[in-house]
Design a protein around this ligand. Structure first.
Ligand code: NAD
Length: 448
C-alpha cells in the first residue's frame, strides 16, 4: 500500500516513519521547504529520540520519501493522512485553517478513490466539514472540466473520511506509535474501515485493541482523553498545595490513592502545571465546543483555571521565599515542557521565566536540547552550556523540567557555585531531608 502523510511535525513524521517501518510505502509532505530538504538528507529538524535513525533506515530502504508537493503525494496514495497543526485561537477555539487548506488541495488533486484521514486533533464535526469542502471542490472541478470539454461526461470520484486521532507522547513517540494502548478509527464506510485495518495490520497482530466507531465519537475520544489526563494533573496539583499547608506528603497521598485500581497511579505527579502542544490547547478547545453546544463542562473549566493558577503559585513560591527579586539572578534548569523533547509550546518554564522577568530578576537557563527553540521566544535571558555554568553566582536554582541528567546533580558543587541557598525543585526529584542537610533552603511541591 502507498500512503501520504501531510504535515511532517512531531506527529506526521513519526506516523510516516513508523508506517514505513511496518513495510508501507510512505510519502511525507510539508510546505516547509527547508524541513523537507533536511529530511531528504535524513536529518530530523526537531528532537525525538530514535526518530532520525528510523527515518534514515527507511529512506535507505526506499519506503520513505519526502516532497513539498501534495499533488505528487496524493497521486500515488490510497490513504492520505492530514497531520498538520491545529493551533488555538485567542478564544480557545481551534484554528482549522491548515487542515482546510490541505483538504482543498487534496480535492484539487484527487484522481480516484482515496481514504482521507484526520490524524490532527480536530473538534467534533471537522470530519464532516472536510467532507463538505472536498465534495464542493470536486463539484466545482467537475463543472469546470465539463465546460472545458463542451459538455463531455466526467466520472464521479469517490472518497471516504476517517478520524484516526493520535495519542503518542513526545519523547516516547515511536514506542507509543508502535505499541499503542489502542487505535481509534472513526468512519462511516466499511471499505474505509477495512483499508485502515489493513494498514494497521502489524498492530492487530500484537493484539492492540481497536475502537471502531463513527467519526464524531472518534473526534471526541481524543479531547475527552486529554481532558481526563489534564484533570488528573490539576487534581494532584491542588492536593499538593493543600499538603503543603497541612504537613502532608503528596507523594504518599498519590501512592495511597493510585494503588486503588479504579484510580491508577499514572498522571498523579505534582508540578508546575501541564504544558505542551496538546493538553492546554485541547482542554480549551473542548470547552469551546461545549459552549457552542450549550453544555457546561464545569470540571474541565476548573482544570484549566487550576493549571493557570499552578504556574502563578510557582512564581509566588519563589517570591515568598526570596523576597524582592529585583536584580537577583535565578538559574532555571529545564525549558522544554517535559523531558526528552525540544518542544517548548506552552511550557511552564516560559510562564515562570516571564513572571520572574516581570519582577526584574535576571535569568540564566540551561536545557539539554530546547535552548535553540527557547531563544526565539526568550531572547533576553542568558543561556548556559551546562547546569553548573547556570548556577554559578546565582541566588537560586529552579528545576522546571525533570530531565534525567538533573536527577544526579553534583550537589556539593552546586552549593559551592550558588551564591544563595535557594533550591526550588518544581518536579520533586530530590529528597527534602538530603537537600536541607546540605544547607540548601529547599522548596518543592506538596512536600515539606
Ligand atoms: P507541528 O507543528 O510539529 O507540525 C505540523 C506540520 O504541518 C508543520 O511541519 C507544518 O509546516 C505543516 N503544515 C502546515 N500546513 C501545511 C500545509 N498546508 N501543507 C503541508 N504541510 C503543512 O504539529 P504536531 O505537534 O505534529 O501536531 C500536529 C497535530 O497532531 C495537531 O493537531 C496536534 O494537536 C496533534 N497531536 C500532537 C501531538 C504531539 O505530541 N505533538 C500528539 C497527538 C496529537
Amino acid at each position: 500500500m502507498h500512503i501520504a502523510i501531510i504535515g511532517t511535525g512531531y506527529v506526521g513524521l513519526v506516523t510516516g516513519a513508523c508506517f514505513a517501518e511496518f513495510g508501507v510505502s510512505v510519502t511525507c509532505v510539508d510546505r516547509d521547504e527547508k524541513k523537507i530538504k533536511s529530511l531528504k538528507r535524513g536529518i530530523v529538524p526537531f528532537y525525538e529520540p530514535g526518530l532520525e535513525e528510523l527515518v534514515q533506515r527507511n529512506i535507505k530502504e526506499g519506503r520513505l520519501n519526502f516532497t513539498t508537493s501534495i499533488a505528487e503525494a496524493v497521486d500515488s496514495s490510497l490513504v492520505i493522512f492530514i497531520a498538520v497543526g491545529t493551533p488555538p485561537r485567542g478564544d480557545g477555539s481551534t484554528d482549522l485553517k491548515y487542515v482546510e487548506d490541505v483538504a482543498r488541495e487534496i480535492a484539487a488533486n484527487l484522481n480516484g478513490y482515496k481514504v482521507i484521514v484526520t490524524k490532527s486533533t480536530v473538534p467534533v464535526g471537522t470530519g464532516e466539514r472536510i467532507r463538505k469542502i472536498i465534495s464542493k471542490e470536486l463539484k466545482a472541478k467537475s463543472y469546470r472540466s465539463c465546460r472545458n470539454s463542451l459538455g463531455g461526461q466526467v466520472s464521479a470520484i469517490n472518497f471516504d473520511i476517517v478520524s484516526n486521532p493520535e495519542f503518542l507522547r513526545e519523547g516516547s513517540a515511536i514506542e507509543d506509535f508502535m505499541r499503542p494502548n489502542r487505535v481509534v478509527i472513526g468512519a462511516n464506510s466499511q471499505q474505509a474501515i477495512a483499508i485502515m485495518k489493513d494498514l494497521y495490520k502489524p498492530l492487530y497482530l500484537i493484539e492492540t485493541p481497536f475502537v471502531i466507531t463513527n467519526i464524531e465519537t472518534a473526534e471526541l475520544i481524543k479531547y475527552a482523553s486529554n481532558s481526563f489526563l489534564a484533570t488528573k494533573i490539576s487534581f494532584i496539583n491542588e492536593i499538593a498545595n493543600l499538603c503543603e499547608k497541612v504537613g502532608a506528603d503528596v507523594h504518599m497521598v498519590a501512592k495511597g490513592i493510585g494503588l486503588d485500581g479504579r484510580i491508577g497511579p499514572k498522571f498523579l505527579h505534582p508540578g508546575p502545571g501541564f504544558g505542551g502542544s496538546c493538553l492546554p490547547k485541547d482542554t480549551k478547545a473542548l470547552l469551546k465546543v461545549a459552549v457552542d453546544n450549550n453544555i457546561e463542562l464545569n470540571i474541565v473549566n476548573a482544570v484549566v483555571r487550576a493549571n493557570e493558577r499552578q504556574r502563578e503559585l510557582m512564581i509566588k513560591k519563589i517570591k515568598d521565599a526570596m523576597g524582592l527579586l529585583k536584580d537577583k539572578t535565578i538559574a532555571i534548569l529545564g525549558l522544554s515542557f517535559k523531558p526528552n523533547t525540544d518542544d517548548i509550546r506552552e511550557a511552564p518554564s516560559i510562564y515562570i521565566i516571564k513572571g520572574l522577568l516581570k519582577e526584574r530578576a535576571k535569568i540564566k537557563a540551561y536545557d539539554p536540547v530546547s535552548m535553540k527553540a527557547a531563544k526565539k521566544v526568550l531572547p533576553e535571558i542568558t543561556y548556559c552550556k551546562d547546569p553548573y555554568e547556570a548556577v554559578k553566582g546565582a541566588d537560586a536554582l529552579v528545576i522546571v523540567t525533570e530531565w534525567n541528567q538533573f536527577r544526579n546533580l553534583e550537589l556539593d558543587r552546586i552549593k559551592r557555585l550558588l551564591k544563595g541557598p535557594y533550591f526550588f525543585d518544581l518536579r520533586n526529584i530530590y529528597e527534602p531531608e538530603v537537600l536541607k542537610e546540605k544547607g540548601f533552603k529547599y522548596f518543592c511541591v506538596g512536600r515539606v
